[in-house]
Design a protein around this ligand. Structure first.
Ligand code: FBP
Length: 556
């Protein structure tokens, strides 16, 4: 196989482990902390997880291991969207298993959680693993979004584990996948299968974090990749001085990605979905705010700028969510057939006008026609509007254009507005992991093996103190149930891991809020450049601005 020079070099990179995990299992012992309770709804979560609730947090430390390192057969699953570093979690897990006992076996279930119930697997060996060290992507075994949640699936999973003599399953996934990991762990415990389940926190969206989990893996690399691209666009735009760039970045719910990119690049505008929801902002309000920046800059002769739009923002605009809910109702069941049979867009428009409330029709009416049609054409298998497909970067630039036209008529604006659109998502999900993600992921996998070896079940592999050099990172485990609460999902109360949205009183948002006026009217662009893999530590191992601000490490 032909390899790029960087790929060859990355094969040789030796990821850094936390000091306490260096030296092998015989030198690692456990420090048990306090018993835990869930973040909310304690009684309900306890009742649903009688075997795995309330367990103690644990930290590994240097010391004599008195536990017997019994032979382990482990199955690993990648779940959900790709995130840089997934391969290294598997490499770390594999290396730790082999270092503990060369007879240990690692199965990789293919194509996501469905691989477990379909018994579709590979068995890893050195040759196989070595081809994926420090590389991006999930192609080592593939991933998927099938949920493991039914009794039937759990029974099959138990059978598959029994068949291969599997003693533990490691699930690498986001909040939903780790919620399912907790449910599976409870099932295995309740049925005395002897199989344990360990989760690893993954998602470029950065919304699986809390007091214990400082960051989900992949966020570091993905945001650095987008920030490089946004910085390049800023430089182009500051050179050509003729375009307004509307850049949508991934992040289905939370705006951590958008916020981090804004902190890295200091664009003129960055929307934060959580703020939009908190302030109950309307589409016109948002468009007016962006137009204010366009006008202020035009007055200085700058008919250019950059606006970052988080992928999920429209769902946070209350009037837009109401519109979506009404459209879903309007087309529910076989009403969609009647709609689809209408001959042309005019007839369809009349049907929509009749079916929507006055307020929602007002919102619908201001949307560009391409977006209006998108809302009715592209629906998911349940017939619901696929909000994630809405081209919000185009939506906002079109709305801003209308506002500017109005202002022009009133003599309030006399600039030129030429928007260009971008969507950065897939560009960053499989990038070569930064040194941070390469080290963090390898450590998460290595640590997962230690949790298995010590017999923990229903725990999340936890590596913290991440703003310090890897030597000082702290490895341990946290019961997944600690992160859970009860939420309404599809009309039912469900125990789920609480999603971490951007906190409006948190340091990263506060920093952004304090500077955004200056950034919007002036040209304060920062050019972070490409991720560096080799060179000075302060360049290669730099952490995200979000983490640095959360840890109080950023000075004004
Ligand atoms: P996870 O939550 O599974 O990590 O995925 C997040 C994400 O990357 C989002 O940012 C994006 O909206 C979504 O995946 C896209 O998913 P798909 O790969 O199915 O297009």
């Amino acid at each position: 196989m032909k390899l790029s020079p960087l790929q060859k070099a990355r094969y040789q990179y030796v990821p850094k482990l936390p000091g306490m995990l260096r030296g092998g299992i015989s030198e690692i012992c456990v420090n048990e902390g306090e018993a835990t309770k869930s973040v909310a709804d304690q009684e309900k979560i306890k009742a649903l997880f009688p075997n795995t609730y309330g367990k103690k947090e644990i930290t590994f430390q240097k010391g004599k291991n008195t536990a017997v390192a019994k032979k382990q057969v482990v199955g690993v699953i990648l779940s959900g969207g790709q995130a840089p570093g997934g391969h290294n979690v598997i490499c770390g897990l594999y290396d730790a298993l082999k270092a503990t006992n060369k007879d240990n076996v690692l199965y990789g279930f293919k194509g996501g959680p469905s691989g477990l119930v379909e018994d579709d697997f590979v068995v890893f060996d050195d040759e196989f693993i070595n081809r994926f060290r420090n590389t991006g992507g999930f192609d080592i075994i593939g991933s998927g979004r099938t949920k493991l949640e039914t009794e039937e699936q759990f029974k099959i999973a138990t059978e598959v584990c029994k068949k291969h003599g599997i003693t533990a399953i490691v699930i690498i996934g986001g909040d939903d996948s780790n919620t399912n990991a907790a449910v599976l762990a409870e099932y295995f415990a309740a049925h005395k299968t002897g199989v344990s389940v360990i989760g690893c926190p993954k998602t470029i969206d950065g919304d699986l974090k809390n007091d214990d989990i400082e960051i989900s893996f992949g966020f570091d690399t993905a945001t650095k990749t987008y920030s490089e691209l946004i910085g390049n666009i800023e430089r182009d735009c500051n050179s050509a001085k003729k375009y307004w760039h509307f850049v949508k970045v991934m992040g289905r719910s939370a705006s951590h990605v958008a916020l981090e990119c804004a902190l890295e690049t200091q664009p003129n505008i960055c929307l934060i979905s959580e703020e939009v929801a908190a302030k109950k902002m309307s589409l016109s309000q948002i468009a007016n705010d962006i137009a204010d920046s366009v006008c202020a800059r035009a007055q200085k002769g700058w008919n250019f700028g950059v606006a970052i739009i988080p992928e999920g923002v429209v769902e946070f605009v209350p009037e837009f969510s109401k519109l979506i809910a009404e459209i879903n109702d309007l087309l529910a069941g076989n009403k969609a057939d009647a709609f689809n049979k209408l001959a042309n867009w005019n007839e369809k428009y009349a049907f929509i006008e009749k079916g929507l409330s006055k307020e929602s029709m007002q919102v619908f009416a201001i949307l560009p026609q391409s977006i209006q049609q998108q809302l009715f054409l592209e629906r998911d298998p349940h017939g619901n509007v696929q909000v994630s497909l809405i081209e919000s970067e185009k939506l906002f630039s079109a709305l801003v254009k209308d506002v500017l036209a109005e202002r022009k008529k009133k003599g309030l604006y006399n600039g030129k507005f030429s928007p260009l659109h971008h969507f950065f998502g897939y560009e960053g999900r499989c990038a070569f992991p930064s040194n941070f993600d390469a080290d963090y992921c390898y450590s998460l996998g290595y640590n997962a093996c230690m949790l298995i070896q010590y017999g923990y079940n229903g725990y999340l592999s936890k590596v913290s103190n991440l703003s310090k050099p890897a030597e000082n990172w702290v490895a341990g485990g946290m019961p997944i149930t600690k992160m859970m609460n009860i939420e309404r999902r599809h009309g039912e109360d469900k125990p789920v891991i609480r999603k971490a949205l951007v906190e409006l009183d948190g340091a990263p948002f506060k920093f952004f809020e304090a500077h955004r006026k200056e950034w919007s009217e002036n040209t304060c662009y920062l050019y972070p450049g490409a991720i560096q893999y080799y060179g000075p530590t302060e360049v290669c191992d730099v952490i995200t601005r979000t983490l640095a601000l959360e840890k109080g490490l950023v000075e004004e």
